[in-house]
Ligand binder design. Structure first.
Ligand code: SAM
Length: 276
């Protein structure tokens, strides 16, 4: 049964700042790869309903982003989020952990400890297996699974057709030396006429999906500017170049020139709201 919304849609709840503060502390207790800046942004994405539909997480690991998204959904009265991960670290880009059975144990334990077990519809499988039977609209698509090019591209191709008008897509690690996230963000989002407001916060590349391409036109210059900055990083990570020495130093120098500062929440909400 759907729980009625606690706050009007598309508005931040009055206790949002306190929620972010608490969740930043909570997230600290869970092993994972999100910075505090990214945790805060993920809270905003979880709490601010820009469209109707589900919240889907691809790639949960030990549940850091799962807990953040579930608690944020809970704050606005949503009854669940959906997450998919085989928890067996199947991809060559997955975190290095010797015993993946520990990931399963820690994931379940973290959801339980933070009281969100009942909030997470969890699919312990590859995203492509879930994608093969997926038919639900999405308000937020959070991609943090297989970071190879083929893996990230498949996630985008399988799930982005389900983005509702006004929905947000967010891809982790666009500013880390994995081949998938950065290329998918550049090629499939920044070069698409279907996405409007967009940016990078920490290493999260995000954009708003808009059905009406007319509405995205005013964002073209911004998207091309971001594309050009990001494109300078690609040669350093493409074609299996060794990510070390001078190559690594140059990558980091060019990365520092990509705008990826914290989000100004009020401005962000306003930019998103103009299109919905
Ligand atoms: C970087 S971790 C995710 C981190 C997590 N979001 C967090 O906040 O800590 C990547 C995860 O993606 C999962 N993964 C790899 N390939 C996948 C696939 N094809 N479908 C779903 N999950 C996948 C791995 O098992 C791993 O747990």
């Amino acid at each position: 049964m759907k729980i009625p919304l606690k706050y009007p849609k598309r508005k931040l709840p009055p206790d949002f700042n306190q929620h972010v503060e608490e969740l930043t502390k909570t997230a600290d207790q869970i092993e994972g790869y999100l910075t505090p800046q990214e945790v805060r942004f993920l809270c905003l994405l979880g709490v601010f309903q820009t469209a109707s539909g589900e919240v889907l997480e691809i790639g949960s690991f030990k549940g850091k982003s799962t807990v953040i998204l579930a608690k944020s959904a809970q704050l606005i009265g949503e009854d669940k989020i959906i997450a998919v991960d085989p928890l067996s670290l199947p991809s060559e880009t997955d975190p290095f952990v010797r015993d993946s059975s520990l990931v399963v144990k820690d994931f379940k334990q973290n959801l339980k400890e933070h009281n969100v077990e009942h909030m997470v519809e969890f699919h312990q499988m590859l995203s492509q297996d879930l994608g093969a039977k997926w038919d639900r609209k999405l308000r937020l698509l959070w991609i943090d699974g297989d970071h190879t090019y083929a893996g990230a591209k498949l996630d985008f191709d399988m799930f982005s057709p389900f983005l509702s008008d006004g929905a947000i897509i967010a891809i982790h690690d666009v500013l880390h030396p994995h081949k998938g996230p950065i290329r998918v963000f550049m090629e499939d989002i920044l070069l698409s006429t279907k996405f409007g407001p967009c940016g990078v916060c920490g290493s999260i590349g995000w954009a708003q999906y808009l059905n009406d391409s007319q509405k995205t036109q005013s964002y073209f210059d911004h998207k091309i500017h971001l594309y050009k900055k990001l494109s300078k990083l690609v040669p350093h990570i493409a074609l299996n170049r060794r990510f070390e020495g001078f190559n690594k130093v140059l990558y980091k120098l060019k990365r520092s020139r990509v705008p990826h500062e914290s989000i100004d929440i009020a401005k962000w909400c306003q930019a998103i709201q103009t299109n919905i």
